[in-house]
Design a protein around this ligand. Structure first.
Ligand code: C2E
Ligand code: CA
Ligand code: CA
Length: 705
């Protein structure tokens, strides 16, 4: 059956009527022979004919050899889909018989035993009177490789990494799904844009210039970069950009791949946190404290501010720990940590060094060393108070005190460990000084603190022992002479003598003692008003009383003042209250309500030290004011300093335009008075007329005036 085919006739449909050359058979045979694609003729499931291309493709030496090969040699045992080649072939042949045509892929085996994939097309044809299968096929190995590469490329493109492809002008052509999930931009939104779409602004132009420079020189750039998502959040990513060139070496595309480092960074930070955290309390540990200390030293040097380091521990904690057991001891330390965290501000660093030893680092203290000292002292006292509060443990309540050692740093450069050593030394002093106290490392500071503590105690006693008196300083108008007085408090301490209000009023404000002192002043001034009302020579005088911010802020300030007026039967029209601008800016609505309530019964208001604060004109206009008091700081230099003169002039102009009175304080010379008068200010207070005097002396002065 296998042999040369003498006659080869293709079914009519294939030639459809066109005239063929004379020797039609030879013509078709030639077609068969010369076809570059391998071709078989199959009859009864046997290969009966093949062409040269088939011989060559399969690696045999001639047609006879190929046609003699057993069909099982021409295919591997099984096809890639796992089916037995022989059985599969039989099924396909049967299929072709019914359908007339079938196209499929088939793995062939070459003479040398290697396999390759072919695309095979089978069709039934009529050969003379025989029905045969015409089989044409081609080696598609290359196409398969290309397809596979494409599949791999597609899979790679849709990988976990965000990917974009741009043209040579950096215009985005394609992005993958990961690109969208990381950046939030859909393919539609990204295509046509440049990668600049993702710029976060965290890298400068020089950064991008260096990046593109690297790409053009080396073909790639790799690094970390901050980009911005569509929703505005900025995130870190690891980015790689490569340029793609064509066969001629001309740049055609850029490919960028990136991965979102957000979670990685978070994990990194978490690990870092753990390394810097005290596991018992969750606070910073020693390592973290050292880092913060280093940063604080550098920042303090740069910005010229002070920092403080407070080292504290619980008194007799070791014995306590032994007594209550370690589990409860840990509970105490937990509470300590919580209380310290509550006492400090967010930016402060609270660390546990180990055992019951804690450290608090305060940066950004006030530049004024005196103010900074007071800040730190106040905080340390607050911490002591917090730590001395009994501890409620599961099962028991224990009491315990603490000691604190404090040092300042940042004034000059020093080694990181120095402040720690000093704080520790100060803590040791607090311990040896009797515990339950705070100690400053610097003996001078300690002296200042000690003095203030003593002064506060003395001030407390002064209230009980009634060591205060009021002095009165005349307020004089060009037209009417003495129109009133300012009441100025004086403290006679048996040991210290006369203590200046400039010294004790700030302390009284800090400690809250200003409240009893202030109400005593108001009460006394009102009694004086009532007494003067009975003396014809003094009845017209008003008394100005200074009111501290702390006093005015008290919720019962209005009712207290009304009660005092009622009790003393003083005329509210003669009572003036001097408020500083710091009072006014606190809580505008509250201030306005209180002032209006007091104004309603006739009390007048003056703004003290006017010009030193920042209250706005529009705000001042809403207040029921009577007059402005030019600060003595401006009056002092009014003749020498053009700025002070200009400010005084502005204050006077402002008072006039608002329909308010104006008084200048600290007037010491005639020249000052004359200059003020020339600016339009005609009421004065100052040594030129009188110093603040005890009431009897003032009355004598006023009668003489
Ligand atoms: P202030 O309210 O600005 O009082 C004016 C201060 O200037 C008074 O100082 C007064 O003695 C002083 N003074 C008056 N005329 C002259 C002058 O011609 N030249 C100079 N160099 N000084 C003059 P003082 O009495 O020592 O009071 C200081 C501050 O203490 C007051 O400043 C006020 O802020 C506060 N203060 C005084 N008494 C009270 C009070 O009863 N309650 C409250 N809350 N604060 C008061
Ligand atoms: Ca005053
Ligand atoms: Ca003043």
């Amino acid at each position: 059956m296998r042999g040369m085919i003498a006659v080869l006739r293709v079914g009519k449909s294939a030639v459809s009527g066109k005239a063929a050359p004379d020797d039609e058979q030879a013509w078709f045979k030639q077609l068969f022979e010369l076809s570059p694609d391998p071709t078989w003729i199959i009859e009864d499931n046997q290969f009966i004919e093949c062409n040269e291309a088939a011989v060559k493709t399969l690696g045999y030496s001639n047609r006879a050899e190929l046609l003699n090969v057993h069909p099982s040699k021409l295919s591997p045992q099984t096809q890639p889909d796992g089916q037995n080649s022989y059985e599969k072939a039989e099924r396909i042949f049967a299929l072709v018989q019914t359908n007339g045509l079938h196209r499929f892929e088939w793995t062939h085996t070459r003479a040398d035993g290697t396999d390759f994939v072919a695309e095979v097309t089978l069709s039934t044809i009529q050969l003379s009177d025989r029905q045969v299968i015409y089989c044409i096929w081609r080696d598609i190995t290359e196409r398969k490789v290309a397809e596979e590469a494409q599949r791999i490329a597609a899979a790679t493109f849709e990988s976990q990494q965000g990917t974009f492809i741009t043209d040579a002008n950096k215009v985005i052509l394609r992005v993958n799904k990961a690109f969208t999930s990381v950046t939030g931009y859909t393919a539609q939104e990204a295509v046509g844009q440049t990668p600049g779409l993702l710029k976060s602004g965290r890298q400068n132009a020089a950064f991008y210039a260096a990046m593109w420079d690297s790409i053009s020189r080396t073909g790639t750039w790799l690094g970390e970069i901050w980009n911005r998502r569509k929703n505005g959040t900025v995130y870190p990513e690891h980015l790689s950009i490569s340029s793609v060139k064509d066969a001629a070496g001309i740049l055609t595309h850029y490919v960028g791949t990136f991965s979102d480092l957000t979670s990685y960074k978070a994990a990194e930070e978490q690990i870092d946190d753990l390394a810097h955290t005290d596991l018992l309390t969750g606070m910073s540990n020693r390592r973290k404290l050292i880092i913060r200390l280093q940063q604080a030293i550098v920042a303090a040097e740069d910005h010229q501010h002070q920092c403080a380091l407070l080292m504290l521990d619980l008194d007799y904690f070791k014995s306590l720990n032994d007594a209550i057991g370690h589990a409860q001891g840990d509970e105490v330390l937990h509470c300590v940590a919580k209380r310290l965290a509550a006492a400090t501000r967010d930016g402060d660093t609270v660390a546990r060094l180990g055992g019951d030893e804690f450290v608090v680092l305060l940066d950004h203290l006030n530049r004024d060393p005196q103010v900074a000292l007071r800040q730190v002292q106040a905080l340390a006292n607050k911490m002591l108070e917090a730590l001395n509060t009994p501890y409620q443990l599961s099962g028991s309540t224990i009491s315990c005190t603490a000691s604190i050692g404090i040092t300042f740093f940042g004034a000059q450069h020093e080694d990181t460990l120095e402040p720690l050593k000093r704080a520790e030394l100060a803590l040791y002093q607090a311990k040896s000084g009797g515990r339950n106290m705070l100690r400053f490392f610097d003996p001078q500071m300690q002296a200042v603190v000690d003095a203030r503590v003593k002064l506060a105690a003395a001030l407390q006693e002064a209230i009980q022992n009634q060591q205060f008196t009021l002095y009165y300083q005349a307020q004089v108008s060009d037209s009417d002479g003495i129109v009133g007085v300012e009441a100025l408090v004086r403290w006679f301490d048996p040991k210290r003598g006369m203590v200046s209000p400039a010294e004790f009023i700030p302390l009284a404000e800090e400690t809250g003692l200003i409240l009893p002192i202030g109400s005593w002043v108001l009460e006394t001034a009102c009694q004086q008003l009532a007494a003067w009302a009975a003396q014809p020579a003094m009845a017209h005088l008003s008394i100005a009383v200074n009111v501290s911010a702390r006093q005015f802020r008290e919720s019962n300030f209005v009712s207290q003042t009304l009660a005092t007026l009622e009790r003393t039967r003083a005329n509210p029209q003669r009572l003036k209250l001097e408020l500083t601008e710091s009072v006014l800016i606190a809580d505008a609505e509250d201030v306005i309500v209180k002032m209006n309530a007091l104004k309603a019964i006739g009390i007048g208001f003056a703004i003290d030290d006017f010009g030193t604060g920042y209250s706005s004109l529009s705000y001042l206009k809403r207040l029921p004011l009577e007059r402005l008091k030019i600060d003595q700081g401006f009056v002092r230099n009014i003749l020498m300093d053009p700025d002070d003169a200009a400010i005084s002039r502005a204050v006077i102009a402002m008072a006039t335009s608002m329909g308010l009175g104006v008084i200048a304080e600290g007037v010491e010379t005639e020249a000052q008075r004359d200059f003020l008068a020339s600016l339009g200010c005609h009421t004065y207070q100052g040594y030129l007329f009188s110093k603040p005097l005890p009431v009897a002396e003032f009355e004598a002065f006023a009668t003489r005036f």
